[in-house]
Design a protein around this ligand. Structure first.
Ligand code: GRG
Length: 308
C-alpha cells in the first residue's frame, strides 16, 4: 500500500488538523491490512483484536512516530510499520487495563470494552496476540538502514513494553491503590506506564531515517520523556474536569478507586502549571532542529491543550 505522502509534507502546506487526520486515516488503512482478517480462524479472537484496534482513538503515538520521522527524513513506508506496532501495543494495553482484574472498566473509545463485547478470556488472548503481532511487525519489515539499528529498535521497543516500561508502570500503579505516595514516586510510575511507549514512538520514528547524532537522539528522547509525562498529567486533569461522553471512557475512576494522581497530589492549578512547564521543556528540546520539528512542536501543544 502506498503511504499517504501528505503525511510528510511541510506544515505550511497542510495545517495540523489536516495532517493529523491524514495520519489517522493512513493508520486505519494500515492497521486494517496488518491485522488478521475476521474470516480466518480463530475468527472470534481475530474479531476481538480488530475490535480493540480499529475505528477509534486519537492515534497520538503514530503521530509522534511520523513527526519524529520528519527529523531524520525517514521513509514513510517504514514509519507506518513502527507507528502500527506502537499503536497495536497501545490497543493491547487498553484491553488488559480494562479487564476486571485491573481497572474493571466497561467503556473505552465510546464503546463497550473488549471483555464486555466478547468475554474475559477472549479479551486476555486478544491482548496477548496483539502484543505478539507488534513484535512480529518490527522483526518482519526492514525498518532501518543497518541491521544494527534495527536490533536497537527491537530492544528499545521491548524495553518500553516490559517490566522496565509499560507493564512495570502498570504493576506499580496497581500496587499504589489506596496508598500515600510522593510526587517523585508518582512520576516514576507514569514515566514507565504511559511515558515509555510515547518515548519509544518518538525514537522509533526517528530511527527509520538517516542516522542522527547521539546529541540529537538525546534531545528527541528529552522531548519524548516530557511529552509522555505531560500526556499523563493532562489525562489526570481531564479525568477531573471533563465528562464520560467527551472522553469516551468512564471519568473519575481514579478518584473512586483512591488512586494517587497529579491532581490529588498537587491540586488542579499546580497540575496545570506543571503540564505547561513540561510543554515548555519539550519545546526547548526541539530548538536545534529548526523547521523539521514543526510537527513535533504542534503535537506537544496538542497533547497539553487537548480536551479529550
Ligand atoms: C495492561 C500492561 C498493561 C498496561 C496498561 C497504558 C496503560 C498501561 C493503561 C492505560 C490506562 C490509562 C487510561 C492510562 C492513562 C493514560 C492513557 C494511556 C490513556 C489512554 O491513551 P489515549 O488517550 O487513548 O492515547 P486513545 O483511545 O486516544 O488511543
Amino acid at each position: 500500500m502506498a503511504a499517504n505522502l501528505k503525511i510528510f509534507q511541510a506544515s505550511q502546506v497542510t495545517d495540523f488538523q489536516d495532517w493529523s487526520r491524514d495520519v489517522a486515516g493512513n493508520m486505519e488503512r494500515t492497521l486494517e491490512s496488518l491485522l488478521p482478517a475476521s474470516n480466518t480462524a480463530p475468527t472470534r479472537l481475530h474479531d476481538a483484536m480488530r475490535y480493540a484496534t480499529l475505528g477509534g482513538g486519537k492515534r497520538v503515538r503514530p503521530m509522534l512516530a511520523f513527526a519524529a520521522g520528519l527529523i531524520s527524513n525517514a521513509d514513510p513506508e517504514r514509519v507506518r510499520i513502527v507507528a502500527s506496532a506502537v499503536e497495536i501495543i497501545h490497543a493491547y494495553s487498553l484491553v488488559h487495563d480494562d479487564l476486571p482484574c485491573m481497572d474493571d472498566d466497561v467503556l473505552r473509545r465510546g464503546k463497550p470494552t473488549c471483555h464486555v463485547e466478547f468475554d474475559e478470556a477472549t479479551a486476555l488472548l486478544a491482548g496477548d496476540a496483539l502484543q505478539a503481532l507488534a513484535f512480529e511487525l518490527i522483526a518482519n519489515f526492514k525498518l532501518a538502514d543497518s541491521a544494527e539499528t534495527q536490533i536497537k529498535m527491537q530492544q528499545l521497543f521491548a524495553r518500553a513494553c516490559g517490566s522496565g516500561g509499560m507493564a512495570g508502570g502498570q504493576a506499580i500503579d496497581l500496587a499504589n491503590v489506596g496508598k500515600q505516595i510522593t510526587l517523585p514516586e508518582l512520576e516514576f510510575m507514569h514515566i514507565l506506564k504511559t511515558g515509555a511507549l510515547i518515548r519509544a514512538s518518538v525514537l522509533l520514528g526517528a530511527y527509520c531515517g538517516t542516522a542522527l547524532s547521539e546529541a540529537d537522539l538525546a534531545q528527541l528522547d528529552r522531548y519524548g520523556k516530557r511529552v509522555g509525562l505531560a500526556f499523563q498529567v493532562v489525562d489526570d486533569i481531564l479525568d477531573c474536569e471533563s465528562n464520560t461522553e467527551k472522553l469516551g471512557k468512564t471519568v473519575g475512576k481514579d478518584q473512586d478507586a483512591n488512586k494517587p494522581t497529579y491532581v490529588s497530589l498537587m491540586g488542579l492549578a499546580p497540575a496545570k502549571q506543571f503540564a505547561t512547564e513540561l510543554l515548555q521543556d519539550a519545546l526547548d528540546a526541539l530548538s536545534g532542529f529548526g523547521d523539521r520539528a514543526e510537527r513535533l512542536h504542534q503535537l506537544a501543544e496538542f497533547i497539553v491543550r487537548r480536551q479529550h
